[in-house]
Design a protein around this ligand. Structure first.
Ligand code: SAM
Length: 285
């Protein structure tokens, strides 16, 4: 069987099926064997694992996953790719289930339940236009997952990993780090894809925590405080909180919450740790 990580094989398949790339689906196929190995190694895929691959494309990474995992479930939105996967590039694998669906509408929890509830490993070269809804959807719905190892836009990986005081630190950093430990496994140049994307890429692994690093009375209030803090990041936190329609508090109440957490009235959200956000949130919960 021909491996698609050889760009010649990819071109052959694309020509054979007269495949037209669809920009709206974020289609940039990987054509570099080292990068494929890096992603699958970072995910730590073994013969014990059930892997969910989001957006298999023509099956470049699917082939590697099928060889290294116990089972692979691949969810692909583009119906034109399904016959390529089923009848050609991945036809030899009997441990692969291909689902033609939008991952944002797929009942991933049911897929886990049907397989006895064992947590999945999620591996993907993601369509960048929906990175955040895909990743946050998996995390917020508490889908049983060991880790999520994904290619994303470089800036997004850096935002997910950033800490207080950095320019990249924001609501996404805090939301991701509440659920997972982050590790950037590789930076990937544009020439590893066909067609070349306009942005740099990185592989990030999110290893799910058994329990969050902070305990709060209400997760909903914690995330409302975080969203308010970064809605206008140059504003003082006291004003951001008071201006939040979700929190519906007065400036006095916001000021009291900061004082109770031992913070000055002039503090900005970008300087605070998750623990400090948790203290503020508990004041409102
Ligand atoms: N895994 C392949 C690779 O690495 O060569 C393709 C990666 S490409 C960046 C993203 C893939 O996700 C495309 O195949 C695209 O059609 C698919 N996709 C886009 N939106 C999707 C969605 N909402 N649900 C499932 N798949 C989607």
């Amino acid at each position: 069987m021909a491996y698609l990580s050889d760009p010649k094989e990819t071109i052959e398949i694309l020509q054979k099926y007269h495949f037209m790339f669809q920009k709206k689906f974020g289609q940039n196929f990987l054509i570099d064997a080292h990068v494929l190995d890096k992603i699958v190694d970072a995910a730590g895929v073994t013969k014990e694992d059930v892997v969910l691959e989001i957006g298999p494309g023509i099956g470049t990474m699917t082939q590697v996953l099928c060889e290294r995992a116990k089972e692979v479930i691949a969810v692909e939105i583009d119906k034109n790719l399904i016959p390529i996967l089923r009848e050609d590039t991945c036809r030899e694998y009997d441990n692969l289930t291909i689902i033609n669906d939008d991952i944002l509408k797929t009942d991933v929890d049911a897929l886990v339940r049907e397989r006895g509830g064992r947590p999945l490993k999620v591996v993907a070269n993601l369509p960048y236009y929906i990175t955040t809804p895909i990743v946050m959807g998996l995390l917020e719905r508490h889908i049983p997952v060991v880790n999520i190892t994904v290619m994303v836009q470089r800036e997004v990986a850096e935002r997910m990993q950033a800490g207080p005081g950095s320019k990249d630190y924001g609501a996404l950093s805090l939301a991701v780090q509440y659920y997972a430990d982050t590790y950037i496994a590789a930076y990937v140049p544009q020439n590893c894809f066909m067609p070349r994307p306009n942005v740099g890429s990185a592989v990030i692994r999110l290893s799910l925590r058994e329990k969050p690093p902070v305990e709060v009375k209400s997760e909903a209030v914690l995330f409302a405080v975080i969203r308010a803090a970064f809605a206008q990041r140059r504003k003082m936190l006291v004003n951001s909180l008071a201006g939040s329609s979700e929190l519906a508090c007065t400036k006095e109440q916001a000021s009291e919450a900061l004082a109770a957490a031992g913070l000055p009235e002039t503090v900005r959200g970008e300087a605070l740790t998750l623990e400090q956000f948790a203290e503020i949130a508990d004041h409102f919960a």
